[in-house]
Design a protein around this ligand. Structure first.
Ligand code: DX5
Ligand code: ZN
Length: 220
């Protein structure tokens, strides 16, 4: 069985010491960098944009998982590819022509992800699941770090895992929002492959150790 992955979200990093926090992730047992891009329209918050991502990819030595919380993401697919994104995740709720967006992401040499808000049913992805490299299940309402995990997520992971199997797809499942040592094991038991963790990692006294413990916990 393949490894379960930990993806620290830089949204919870210290932006005044971003290089330090990137090196921390580089030198930790983390698998990916999770990068949250928010436009203040799709979500009620603005995070950071291209110049900051450019600075991040200059130092980051691991897989770059970019989560776009923006309307009409097709406008920027090429730019995110050029900036060094490996996975580009768009929101189901932000795409009128999701199938076309997925093809475009792949044509630009990236893996294609789709994120679902907590209210969006996983069944809506059945007709394009084979075109999706990863589904990101939001376990909080997107827009902010540090929120409480929505318990209904366990059921959604189970449903999505079954759907992926039924359709013969190889799609990974990522969980984003409120992930801690309290829910990590249950999430991977239900079928999650990648856990994003922002505040749980960066607000810890020892983020490196926290990453290491979380990774061990989900790969027993
Ligand atoms: C929320 C973002 C998350 C966020 C997670 O909109 O998509 O990636 O950084 O942060 P925590 O782990 O603090 O909930
Ligand atoms: Zn995210």
């Amino acid at each position: 069985m393949s490894n379960k992955l930990v993806a620290p979200s830089l949204l919870a990093a210290d932006f005044a010491n971003l290089q330090r926090d990137i090196e921390l992730v580089n030198n930790s047992e983390a698998d990916w960098f999770h990068i949250d891009i928010m436009d203040g329209v799709f979500v009620p918050n603005i995070s950071f944009g291209m110049p900051v991502l450019k600075a991040i990819t200059k130092h980051a030595k691991k897989f770059i998982d970019v989560h776009l919380m923006i309307v009409d993401p097709d406008r920027y697919i090429k730019e995110f590819a050029d900036l060094g994104s490996h996975m580009l995740t768009v929101h189901y709720e932000a795409c009128n022509h999701l199938h076309r967006s997925l093809q475009s992401i792949k044509q630009h040499g990236m893996q294609a992800g789709v994120a679902l808000n907590p209210h969006t049913n996983v069944e809506l992805l059945r007709d394009c699941i084979k075109d999706i490299d990863m589904v990101c299940l939001m376990s909080v309402n997107p827009g902010f770090g540090g929120q409480h995990f929505i318990e209904r997520t366990y059921e959604k992971v189970k449903q999505l895992k079954a759907l992926i199997k039924e359709e013969g797809a190889e799609t990974k499942i990522e969980i984003d929002g409120g992930v801690t040592n309290k829910n990590a094991e249950e999430l991977v038991t239900m079928g999650a492959d990648v856990l994003v963790a922002g505040s749980y990692v960066f607000k810890a006294n020892d983020p490196t150790q926290t990453i290491s413990e979380l990774r061990k916990m989900i790969n027993k």
